[in-house]
Write a protein that binds this ligand. Structure first.
Ligand SMILES: [Ca+2]
Ligand SMILES: [Ca+2]
Ligand SMILES: [Ca+2]
Ligand SMILES: [Ca+2]
Length: 518
């Protein structure tokens, strides 16, 4: 049924139900009259009970009418207030987005409204912490693109703590230019044909999951899967081969990510905490020598040149990426208040945030690599996706100031959820790049998309990293009250639960597609 047909159907249904209900009541009363008056005719059976019931008969029909009107109102209100079909209730359609205004970037794809990627009945999701880092890779080698989703805390529990950071693969059951998916997923494992072995995983914590980048980093003809980590700042590569992937190998970097770090040293110091933390990475040849260099995010956007070789990369000291005025790239301009709240804010976080995530692509097709950058996207003033146009200058690679790819016309939040990650691919093989956006949305009541929570800023709702729906009732209670005796362990007080938050809240990773047009 098409959308219009569905809506008409939904509006007609309450009336059909009401007519059926009235018919039912009418039948009941008629049956009562018929049966009771026949079998329990007062002439034969003058009981007190009969008279009590008999007395009610004249009011049953009017009462039925009143009930009918009441139920009709309920049905009507319910039908108007609910999404028009069950599937949409779980899959926010484009109507639920605010009107988006798209940046006009010469040469870049003209983006269309976001659409949620669906399996057969459900959205394609990631679980655990419910963050989603999408990527495209032909996992089973059938020539069709499959969808990978990097997870954060993949839901394998250890004393109620999520452990393991895996990558899901949803295999494409459609064609390469019109991908379709079932609800079924597997974790990416070393042998992609046997589907056996421990899933590819990295150690990471706090605020960053497995963020897969697909690149042939050693130029052997096989795509490799590379990801950074929150801390200690290692960059791990799973080398691709005919069979699948090697176990994770830490890429050589200048400095010592696993060494002791000083939190008091500035970000520019290779022995500081800030230098290494939140090492999100993406790759491109930025110095034109034919090998892959690395862009690193976190508190600043930085370039780490490949000082190894095309087949055996090694990454140099991370240098600030600069804009055309020679300043470090800014993802967010903090307010005066925020600058006052933390001394040396911009020295510590030159990007304006601590969680910048770069994705390298020549977005405007001018032959120079650009950056699409996301972040935590948890408070007002943050943008969903920023575009930094790359330019080659006499002083080397520079970027123009970042501009948001899209904003909401009414100034509201432009995208549901938070902790956004992007991946660029030509989804429909029309020669124009398309954009995948992974986001961590709030679901309640067994996985239903929660519009109110997902469209609010996590900074205001206090739901960041909250997943009470995955906990035992005892732990929910302990988090709500901070009772140190519960389960013999001390839990922090959850502000969200303390304020009466929904104990069924579970974050889930969703992936949206924004098709590009010339
Ligand atoms: Ca390779
Ligand atoms: Ca290079
Ligand atoms: Ca470009
Ligand atoms: Ca396309």
């Amino acid at each position: 049924m098409d959308k219009q047909g569905n809506e008409v159907g939904c509006q007609i249904m309450p009336f059909v139900q009401v007519i059926l209900l009235y018919h039912e009541i009418h039948n009941c009363v008629s049956r009562y009259n018929h049966q009771y008056l026949h079998y329990f005719n007062p002439k034969h059976m003058k009981t007190k009970f009969y008279y009590n019931i008999h007395f009610l008969i004249p009011v049953l029909k009017p009462a039925g009418l009143v009930l009918m009107v009441f139920f009709a109102s309920c049905f009507f209100i319910s039908a108007m207030g609910q999404p028009q079909d069950g599937r949409k209730n779980n899959s926010p359609s484009s109507e639920t987005f605010p009107k988006l205004i798209f940046a006009k970037i010469p040469g870049a794809p003209k983006l269309s409204d976001p659409q949620l990627l669906m399996g057969r009945t459900e959205p394609l999701i990631s679980e655990g912490m419910g963050w989603a880092a999408p990527a495209i890779y032909d996992w089973n080698g059938d020539g069709k693109k499959d969808l990978l989703i990097g997870e954060f805390g993949s839901g394998l529990e250890n004393k109620e703590r999520a452990v393991g950071n895996f990558v899901r693969v949803y295999q494409n059951t459609g064609t390469d230019k019109d991908p379709k998916f079932s609800d079924y997923f597997e974790y990416v494992r070393p042998n992609r044909f046997a589907g056996s072995g421990t899933p590819l995983s990295i150690f990471t914590w706090c605020c960053l999951g497995f963020t897969p980048q697909i690149v042939d980093l050693n130029d052997d003809g096989y795509k490799d899967i590379v990801t950074g980590q929150y801390e200690q700042g290692e960059v791990t590569c799973f080398w691709g081969s005919e069979e699948g992937f090697s176990s994770g190998e830490k890429l050589p970097q200048e400095g010592n990510p696993s060494g002791k770090k000083n939190p008091n040293l500035p970000l520019t110091d290779v022995n500081s905490w800030e230098y290494w933390s939140y090492s999100t990475v993406s790759f491109g040849d930025f110095d034109g020598d034919g090998d892959y260099d690395m862009i690193v995010g976190g508190s600043a956007l930085r370039l780490s040149k490949n000082i190894g070789s095309k087949t055996s990369p090694k990454f140099a000291y991370r240098e600030f990426l600069l804009d055309t005025e020679g300043k470090s790239l800014r993802v967010y301009d903090p307010s005066e208040e925020e600058l006052k709240s933390e001394k040396g804010y911009l020295e510590k976080y030159p990007a304006g945030v601590a969680n910048a995530v770069p994705h390298v692509v020549d977005w405007d097709n001018d032959g120079v690599l650009d950056l699409l950058v996301t972040n935590g996207y948890y408070k007002n003033g943050f943008h969903a996706v920023l575009f930094f146009r790359g330019v080659n200058t006499s002083e080397g690679y520079r970027c123009e100031k970042g501009i948001p790819l899209f904003t909401a016309k009414d100034g509201s939040k432009a995208f549901p959820g938070s902790w956004l990650r992007v991946f660029v691919t030509d989804w429909n093989n029309d020669g124009v790049n398309d954009l995948l956006i992974g986001t961590s949305v709030a679901t309640t009541n067994g996985g239903q998309f929660n519009h109110k929570l997902s469209w609010a800023w996590e900074h205001d709702t206090n739901i960041a990293k909250e997943n009470p729906g995955l906990m035992s009732p005892d732990r929910v209670e302990a988090e709500r009250t901070g009772n140190p005796d519960s389960e013999g362990r001390r839990y922090r007080v959850s502000e969200y639960l303390k304020e009466g938050g929904d104990p069924t809240l579970v974050h889930r990773g969703y992936v949206y597609l924004m098709l590009g047009k010339k």
